[in-house]
Design a protein around this ligand. Structure first.
Ligand code: ZN
Length: 135
């Protein structure tokens, strides 16, 4: 297993209320020319946690920090207009995010838990909520 120093939370930057999963993201990322889904876990609106890229493999989710991180994405993060950043997590997603983050913390006790936007130089709102105070 590679060394994990960061557990990174993302949103899928899709409009509130729209349901997607790992298969859709895999397709979108292939369309960008990537080797399939760049995240390791996907948290759907109903709280289902779907596996993405295998943990053993580096993801493609945070520039310059993929080698030693795990990427977790929840579906949502934008208001219904598809533009404005919004914390659209359902109660089921909040619970599921806590579950998967707790599991990752157990497995990688020295890793930090951060939002994508907490990395220096990131000009995005992703994941549209404050990971450090809420997870
Ligand atoms: Zn992100």
């Amino acid at each position: 297993m590679r060394k994990i120093t960061d557990i990174v939370i993302h949103c899928s930057a899709t409009p509130e209320g729209k349901d997607f999963g790992a298969a859709s993201i895999d397709r979108w990322h292939k369309e960008r020319g990537w080797a399939g889904i760049g995240y390791h876990y996907v948290v759907k609106r109903d709280g289902t946690i779907e596996p993405g890229r295998p943990l053993e493999k580096a993801g493609a989710h945070v520039a310059g920090h993929n080698a030693n991180s795990v990427g977790i994405v929840y579906i949502g993060g934008l208001a219904k207009d598809g533009k404005k950043a919004k914390d659209t997590r359902t109660p089921e997603q909040k619970t599921a995010l806590r579950t998967i983050v707790a599991e990752m913390r157990r497995r990688f006790p020295e890793a930090r838990v951060l939002g994508h936007r907490d990395f220096p130089g990131v000009r995005k709102d992703c994941p549209s909520f404050d990971v450090r105070t809420q997870l």
